[in-house]
Design a protein around this ligand. Sequence first.
Ligand code: KIV
Length: 282
Amino acid sequence: MPSLSESNPVTVPSLVAAKGRERIAMLSLYDSPSAAAADAAGIDVFLVGDSVEMAVYGRPNTLSATMDTMVRHSRAVADATRRALVVGDMPFLSYQADVREAVKNAGRFLAEGGCGAVKLEGGARSLAAIEAIAAADIPVMGHLGLTPQSFRKLGGFKVQGRDAAAARAIAADARALADAGCFAVVLECVPDTLAAEITRAIPVPTIGIGAGAACDGQVLVFHDVLGLTRNLAPKFVRRYAELGRAMEEAARAFGADVRSGSFPSREETFSSDPKHGLRRVR
Ligand code: KIV
């Protein structure tokens, strides 16, 4: 089996084999240009996250995501991706109510969305859906700790597993997810010691977000990494660019040029000469 960095495309077996050998880099992203850029940069896994509702559609949480929205964004990402494994995030109520529905919805991510796997949230309460999806040969990634679709029950977006009983329950869930067939488990907003313990205990990779450095991989939302998210700075985010500021500056410069009359210039204007087509005339 080639190493993860040599895998092209990245497959589920190559990710599992990377555990303990190479760290896995994963980004949550939703569109074609983002996927093309992150793929060229060698990111291993793209999650088409239901966080699209917050990052792109400006919703206050992820509960409004629908299967149709998620499949459409998945297709855009998959079509622009050559190497990374694309994972579709199953939205709220697409897998909780009925196991048969869960399998059908997971299948849509592969058949219509072009994904190589799906992710869903929850431990014991999601095991029946995970087992059924895995039995249909659809690779499943688990998600434990702060599971944003449960924020109402959790009382908000809070660190999970801080007391001993809660930590034991999350660790037991992680073992159960691996036993049920998950090929990787996202650990969101849990203490680093708990993430380290789970990473040692289960045979599949852990991917952390706000879960410390011991995880087998790390995931962040690309909008956060790029500095596109306003008014939101979770402690675990590292911003590698300030594109929100760059967008504002570009919009301000455009507005100023329109108002001053310096846009469009002669070069940006068509003449009556039929030789001058849509392409820029130099
Ligand atoms: O929806 C999402 O982007 C996620 C990641 C943050 C793990 O679930």
